[in-house]
Design a protein around this ligand. Sequence first.
Ligand SMILES: Cc1cc2nc3c(=O)[nH]c(=O)nc-3n(C[C@H](O)[C@H](O)[C@H](O)COP(=O)(O)OP(=O)(O)OC[C@H]3O[C@@H](n4cnc5c(N)ncnc54)[C@H](O)[C@@H]3O)c2cc1C
Length: 234
Amino acid sequence: MVEEYTLKIKEIVNETKNVKTFKFDTSSEKIDFKPGQFFMFRFKEDEKLKRAYSIASSPTQKSLDITLNLVGVFTKKLFEAKVGDEVIAQGPFGKFFFDESMKQNLLLVGGGTGITPLMSIAKYWQDKNLNNKLNLLYSVKTPKDIIYEDKIRELNKDNFDFDSIITITRPEEGDEWQGRSGRIDKELLEQNIKNIKDDLFFICGSNEFSRSIISMLEELGASKEQIKADIWGE
Ligand SMILES: Cc1cc2nc3c(=O)[nH]c(=O)nc-3n(C[C@H](O)[C@H](O)[C@H](O)COP(=O)(O)OP(=O)(O)OC[C@H]3O[C@@H](n4cnc5c(N)ncnc54)[C@H](O)[C@@H]3O)c2cc1C
């Protein structure tokens, strides 16, 4: 059921130069959602200015987190907010979610801030000790744009069944990046698919990014039913 909550900011984390995580205090009420879903956020004094944000934390965690990129009207205003300020959130919304009835292997494919709902799914899977095998492919422009690098490393270290590859699409001289460079291509997808006829694919990112991943997966033989995508316009 869609509910409305008044949420107090309890912590603000600088993730990268232009990306912050806002952690909201949920100690006084339980907020129901499935990992992958989003809420509509607005400020108390403005009914009209609303934006969608995926929940980056898992329902198994005590805090409710969103991670956002500084872009325009809404994000500029939220970036000026302080710990203790309140916002209104309405939700949950969306069919892009994972739940325990899904027993297949999961391939999570994220571009830029599209990592947010995928982290909620990965954390939920970890906290619930589920048996799926998880692979994460995460594409960002430069090493400085990687969000949640420590959390991804931790997931890799703590879980035999979790693997991740971060790929940098615009490497620059002096980056000292040791990992993969280049866009996510068919070969990389294929290397991370266990069973093209059975795995579930969760894709999140810009329109261009998501459409290209979907078409490559379809070319590799995945069916529409196996592919879940959360596309954020542009
Ligand atoms: C289901 C869903 C989930 C989402 N989850 C997230 C999330 O977890 N994290 C996240 O960061 N975003 C997320 N988004 C996107 C989010 O809803 C907003 O669209 C985004 O934060 C931009 O809002 P804004 O008001 O800051 O920008 P707006 O003012 O609405 O700007 C929108 C567009 O205008 C352009 N623009 C605005 N100002 C300027 C400027 N000064 N110069 C050049 N171009 C400009 C921007 O390029 C942008 O494309 C999600 C969207 C959807 C639909």
